[in-house]
Ligand binder design. Sequence first.
Ligand code: FE2
Length: 284
Amino acid sequence: MSERQLQRIIASVAASDGAGVKLRRSLGGQTGQRLDPFLMLDEFYSDDPNDYLAGFPSHPHRGFETVTIMLDGHMQHRDHMGNEGDLGPGDVQWMTAARGIIHSEMPQQTDGRMRGFQLWINLPAVEKMKPAAYRDIPAQAIPKAKLDGGGIARVIAGSLIQDGGATDGPVQGHSTEPVLLDLDLPAAAEVRIPLPVEHTGFVYLYEGDVLVGDATQSLPRRAAGELGRGDSVQLTAGEQGARLLLLAAKPLHEPVVQYGPFVMNTREEIEQAVNDYQRGMLTA
Ligand code: FE2
């Protein structure tokens, strides 16, 4: 048994996306700061409507998957396939853009807190041009597992295996085999969570304090903590408890060429994506 240790910290930077939504970007914030197959992680968190009201009007994606995890607030999704989804607290939207999707993500509130995450997960070359798919996952469809060391894990993707058995999340069978856990640990809880040994893994602390592995200093908040290799990770919550995402997936080891919302393997494929979009053929 080998424990994963904190290997690198990728701090978040203030960024703005869509029509001016203010957010913190850790992965994807600076060139090359990706953790294969994870391309980007944004946290949006504000009590000020001016930070989020403009939303994300119609825009394209090609070549990867976007996962939106809402904690607080209310957003509406609309896409070219006719899907409409209301995302509320605890809900998750899993969109496989693949060949192409054109969609908007707009706040459905004019005051109060808006808080959540958007994660981009790459697709292997052979799946980048498959048809787009869209899935709304309501909070009640996401199982909550009691952790052996205290606290709760919401299992969004993949499975959590403990002595008492496995808890399977609603998202299974993707080729990168993502494991996405939203953890809520009470003060001083000590948990050990198994992860597939070959997966890239990282944690993102959004509340409280947590020690990762043998570390003696808490992970900085709003930063991605890359995990080294191993088959499990030990997390110890501080006096305030901790809320964090634990994410892992199988690396692709393929070239990544990104131009804004298009992520392909070569420059030619990016030029094709831009061309297709300009000709209205992105999703055709
Ligand atoms: Fe989007």
